[in-house]
Write a protein that binds this ligand. Sequence first.
Ligand code: ITT
Length: 212
Amino acid sequence: MIRPQTLILATRNQGKVSELREPLARFGFDVRSLPEDFPEVAETGSTFEENALIKARAVAEALLVPAVADDSGIEVDALDGAPGVYSARYSRDWPEVEGESTDERNNRKLLAELEGVPAERRTARFRCCMVLVYPSSWRDRPEDIVVSGAWEGSIAQRPSGGNGFGYDPLFIDPASGRTGAELSREEKMARSHRGKALKKLLEELERRTNAR
Ligand code: ITT
């Protein structure tokens, strides 16, 4: 019997975990979460790709297991592409409201920054860079995989929907007219930045298996 390859999801974002775990497990990986006590990894890169590689490499080298990481965010055209790579930290400088989550605060700031901007100028896209990195001490290790995906849409006037995470309640998917948070997980993965990147990553793994 071939044992499934262990793979660590190098993320603290439970929304990402819930989108990635099942498709990777279906592909045959033994998918593990990041250990609770794993130290915070500073995202010091200036691009999604740099940050994804920083996160995955830190985990693969420390735990000696292949690691998948994604760095993602939303680019809003009326804000010259902000918050981009700073999407997770967007509202750090914004007044706190008690009981509010970071996602809610980010969304509140985004709506405030776009106040008065009409629908046709609220275009935006999610971007995701996803990487699979192998420990450098592995002999004959496969090449790391770097893939990306984008999801074009626009920013709603108010949040809507209870699924997903992050900016999903504000992101309108033009194909369905619904927000990311109104789509089921399967619907979102079929069209999202992360779904597209994951599909490319799995296709590359499939190609390598067939080439062996
Ligand atoms: P890890 O670094 O631990 O993976 P994180 O949440 O900090 O978790 P990022 O640095 O990649 O992840 O930041 C991504 C930001 O973009 C964060 O604010 C997310 O909520 C948002 N984001 C990314 N993908 C999203 C999606 O599919 N739907 C909604 N928001 C998303």
